[in-house]
Design a protein around this ligand. Sequence first.
Ligand code: NAD
Ligand code: LMR
Length: 332
Amino acid sequence: MAQPIKVVVTGAAGQIAYSLIYHIAHGDVFGADQPVILHLLDIPFMMGVLEGVVMEIQDLALPLVRGVVPTADVSVGFNDVDAAFMVGAMPRKQGMERKDLLSANVKIFKDQGQALDKYAKKSVLVVVVGNPANTNAYICSKYAPSIPKSSFSAMTHLDQNRAQALLAQRLGVPVGNVSNVIIWGNHSPTMLPDATHAQVQTDAGLVPVPKLVNNDSWLKNEFVPTVQNRGAAVIAARKMSSAMSAAKAAGDHMRALWQGTPPGKFVSLGVISDGSYGAPKDVMFSFPCTVKDRVWKIVPNLSIDDFAKSKLAVTGKELSEEKEEALSVCQD
Ligand code: NAD
Ligand code: LMR
C-alpha cells in the first residue's frame, strides 16, 4: 500500500467539513488504496467542537486514516501537506450575495496563502471552497508565490453537479448518464451553466443534450437561472448554506485533480485564466478542463454562441472587479 499523504481541511469544525472529512477518510477522493493523515485546522474558539469531530473520526474505524492532527496553528495545519481543502470562511446568510463576504473572508486567504507558501509541500494541490471562492483562490495563490499558480483552483463543481442533476431530471435519465456540462466564470449568479456540449449516454451511444432537450428557451430561461441561483434557494430553505452537496463536490473536484478525468470527459475548474475564450487574464475563471498526471488543461476550440459570449463577458467583468477589490482589502 502507498505511503500516507497529508491532507489539510480548513474550517474543519464547520458544516461542510463534517461531510467532507468522511469522503476523504473513506477513500472516495484520493483512492481506495491511499492512506491519509488528516490535518484539521480551525480557529482557537472551535477547538472543543473539533475534539468531538476527532472522536467521531476515530469511531468511524476507517482503515485509510493513519493519523488525525487537530490544530488552530497554521504551521502545524499546513505542515508538509500534499493536498489542501480551503473551506474555513464565513458562509453567507439569506439576502447576501457571495461577494458580500469578500472583505470578511479574503484576508483569511491572504494569511493562509502565506502559510501554505511557508509550510506546505511545493507540490501541494489546493482547492478553495470558502466564498467568494474564485477570488479567494486568486488571493491565496498570490500570497503563495513559491507554489505554482496552476496548483490552485476554485470550486465550481457544485454548480456542475447541480446542472448535471437538473438536466438528468428534465430528460428522465440517470444523473450518471449526463456528462460534459460546463460552468463558465465565477461561482456567483453571473456564472454561465452551459449545456451546449453536454451529452447523455443512451443505448444508442452518446447523444447531445440540446438535441434531447429540444427547447432552447428552457435551456436559456430556466436551466441557466435555476443553476445560477441554486445556492440562494438552498439557503432560503435550510437557513444555512449547502453543506452535504458542497462537501461531495469538493471531493469530486479534488478527485478529478488527483486521479485525472476519464477519456472524453470534462470537469469545470476555477483556474488561473490565460485569456482562453475571451475571459480576462489572471483571474480564477471556471473553464472546462481535462486532467492528466495532476495537470489540468483547458479544453480548447469549443464553439460558443453569442448568448454564451455575452454571459462570459459579464462574469469575467465581475471577476476582474472582485479581484481589484480583494487586492485593495489585502493592502489595508
Ligand atoms: P461553517 O460556518 O459551518 O464553517 C466554517 C468554519 O470555518 C467554522 O468552523 C469556522 O470557525 C472556520 N474558520 C473561520 N475562519 C477560519 C480560519 N481563519 N482558519 C480556519 N478555520 C476558520 O461554514 P460552511 O457551511 O462549512 O461553509 C464554509 C465556506 O464555504 C463558506 O464561505 C461558504 O460560503 C462556502 N461554500 C462554498 C461553496 C462553493 O460551491 N464554492 C459551497 C458551499 C459553501
Ligand atoms: C452554494 O452555492 O451553495 C454556496 O456557494 C453557498 C452560497 O452562499 O450560495
